[in-house]
Design a protein around this ligand. Structure first.
Ligand SMILES: Cc1cc2nc3c(=O)[nH]c(=O)nc-3n(C[C@H](O)[C@H](O)[C@H](O)COP(=O)(O)OP(=O)(O)OC[C@H]3O[C@@H](n4cnc5c(N)ncnc54)[C@H](O)[C@@H]3O)c2cc1C
Length: 263
C-alpha cells in the first residue's frame, strides 16, 4: 500500500497561534492559495496549555475587527501586583518601578487554547483546511535537498516495526512552501535546525521548568482582571524564576511557577 499524496501551496505544521496566524495571513493576502494546517492534538487547542496575559498588538494587525467576531478575549487586566516573597512575608513592589515587559496595562487575561480554537474558526472561514489528529512525523525532501512537505505517521505498526493487519500508511502532504510552527521543541524543527545548521552562530536556547494549574477559587478571593507576579521564595537567591497568578473569568485563576522568567 503506497502513501496517498495531497498537494497544497502551503503546508503548515502546528495549529498553535503561529501556525493559525500564518494560515490566516496567507489567505488574506491571496484567497486562491491552498493552505492546510496539520495539528497533532485531537482538536485545535487541546495541546495548548497556557492561561495567558495577552498583548493584542499582533492580533490588531491580523484581524482588526476581532472585537466584533465574538473572540474569547474578554478579561482586561485591571490590577497588577508584584510581590517579593520570603517564607513568611511579602513585600509589594510599586508597579511603576517595573520594567515595561512586566507592565500589563491594556493587556487581557485569556485562555490561549480558546484563542486558538477561535483562530481556527477564522482560518476555516477563509478556506484554510485544518486537520486535527494528524501529527507530521517525517520531513520529505526534494532531490536538491529542499523541503517538499511532510508525511503523517503510518498507523498499525507493532513495536518491532512490523506492519499489523490494521496497517495504514501515512499521507504525504506536499507544499510549494512548508511552514514549521511546532512550538519551541518540535521534533521536526530539531531535525531541520541540525540539517540546515540554523543555530550556527546563534545563542543557545535556554529552558526552564514550570508547573501550571488552573484553579477555581472562592468568589470572595477572586479579583477578575488581577495579574500578580512574585519573585523570591521558594526559590533561593541563585535561582532565576517566580510565579504568575492571573485572575481570569468564571472564578478561575491561572497559576504557574517556574524556575526561569521569560518562559
Ligand atoms: C507555561 C507558559 C506560559 C506562557 N504564558 C504566556 C503569556 O502569559 N503571554 C504570552 O504572550 N505568551 C506566553 N507563553 C508563550 C506562548 O504560549 C507561546 O509564545 C506560544 O504558544 C507559541 O505559539 P506557537 O504557535 O509557536 O507554538 P505552540 O503554542 O507550542 O503551538 C504549537 C502547536 O503545534 C502542534 N504540533 C507540534 N508538533 C507538531 C507536529 N509534528 N505535527 C502536528 N502538530 C504539531 C502542537 O500540538 C501545538 O498545538 C507561555 C508559554 C508557556 C509554556
Amino acid at each position: 500500500m503506497s502513501r496517498e499524496t495531497m498537494e497544497y501551496d502551503v503546508v503548515i505544521v502546528g495549529g498553535g497561534p503561529s501556525g493559525l496566524s500564518t494560515a490566516i495571513k496567507l489567505k488574506q493576502l491571496d484567497a486562491n492559495l491552498n493552505v492546510c494546517v496539520l495539528e497533532k492534538a485531537s482538536e485545535i487547542g487541546a495541546h495548548i496549555l497556557s492561561g495567558n496575559v495577552f498583548e493584542t498588538r499582533a492580533l490588531d494587525e491580523l484581524i482588526p475587527n476581532w472585537k466584533e467576531l465574538n473572540s474569547p478575549i474578554k478579561t482586561k487586566v485591571t490590577k497588577e501586583k508584584f510581590l517579593f516573597l520570603s517564607k513568611n512575608k511579602s513585600l509589594s513592589w510599586p508597579t511603576w518601578l517595573l520594567p515595561s515587559v512586566q507592565k500589563n496595562h491594556n493587556n487581557y487575561i485569556i485562555s490561549l487554547a480558546n484563542l486558538c480554537r477561535w483562530l481556527a474558526e477564522q482560518a476555516e472561514t477563509l478556506g484554510v483546511e485544518i486537520f486535527p489528529g494528524f501529527p507530521a512525523s517525517e520531513i520529505l525532501y526534494n532531490e536538491d535537498g529542499s523541503v517538499k512537505g511532510v508525511a503523517t505517521q503510518d498507523m498499525g505498526i507493532d513495536k518491532e516495526g512490523n506492519k499489523k493487519d490494521n496497517y495504514e500508511p501515512g499521507i504525504e502532504l506536499l507544499g510549494k512552501v512548508t511552514v514549521f510552527a511546532e512550538g519551541c521543541r518540535g521534533h521536526l524543527g530539531k531535525q531541520l535546525i541540525k540539517k540546515f545548521e540554523l543555530d550556527k552562530g546563534k545563542s543557545p536556547q535556554q529552558y526552564g521548568i514550570g508547573l501550571k494549574e488552573i484553579w477555581e477559587i472562592d468568589e470572595k478571593n477572586h479579583q477578575e482582571g488581577m495579574v500578580m507576579h512574585t519573585a523570591g521564595w521558594p526559590l533561593d537567591n541563585n535561582t532565576y524564576g517566580g510565579s504568575f497568578i492571573y485572575h481570569a473569568e468564571n472564578k478561575q485563576v491561572f497559576f504557574r511557577i517556574c524556575n526561569r522568567f521569560g518562559l
